[in-house]
Design a protein around this ligand. Sequence first.
Ligand code: CO
Ligand code: CO
Length: 313
Amino acid sequence: MPPTGNENVLVGYGTADDAGVYKLRDDLALVQTVDFFTPIVDDPYDFGRIAAANALSDVYAMGGMPISALNIATFPIDTLDPEILTRILEGGAAIAQQAGVAILGGHTIKDSEPKYGLAVVGTIDPRSIVTNANARPGDILVLTKPIGTGILSTALKRGEITEEQMSDAIGWMASLNDRAGAALQRCDANAATDITGFGLLGHANEMARGSNAALHIEAASVPVLPRVLELIERDVVPGGTRDNAAAHAAFTTFAPSVPSALRIALSDAQTSGGLLVSLPPDRLSAFQAEMSGANALCTVIGEVRSGDGIVVH
Ligand code: CO
Ligand code: CO
């Protein structure tokens, strides 16, 4: 991609950040992102909820406030009941409403597989953008959702677990990162990103690289969804997660004590994962207070040190 050469672009695609930021005024900027994908659960309504929460997440990960969105969808209208598309869009609309986001319209095209997501517009004060590139040595690292949704989605597709056993993961994937995003601002976090397709280690490495620092992760502290480790031990691992793990080996140093299944889990491609937040230790209790209550996690999983790459121990 050629550089935009536009001075109003405050965050572009050059830094592998979660969303682009375009300055309108000194005190106002747009935060823009788009995300869509194929179904990862059977229920079309749940799929719509998850896809919408996932798309909105990139705005929250910048500390922004999403305000409007457009549906983007593909659908095999000749072979599938159009009611399925209706349910997908209803699921997305429910999450958008929960987020206070107005869906203004959208576009659907015919395709062999259903796909759904949102193009999202948010706002932010340009002076308080939270990028993934400002983690500082001495910071602690907080994660706001458990990992393992890629493993569980694959297990569901292969019939290794039931839809019922998937319900916890669905709940997490459909839950908004809105409170975590607001907490970034209120607690003046140094850096944040959301955990999605590159897995915890991949997104952690983007933060490490962007920040010129090393991220040290305490493997045993990372929250992992139930059944995930035993499924990995039985080789129920999606190709994308395997690819991640191979790529992550280049920048990750594992202590010998970290079990191999857990290493894979740390690379698991997530859908609509939580935020990874870097903040000074003295702001942790304020952050935890913002996050307390149902459907929110606020787990310290490590710290930032000088150096580079990822160290897991
Ligand atoms: Co992201
Ligand atoms: Co994204």
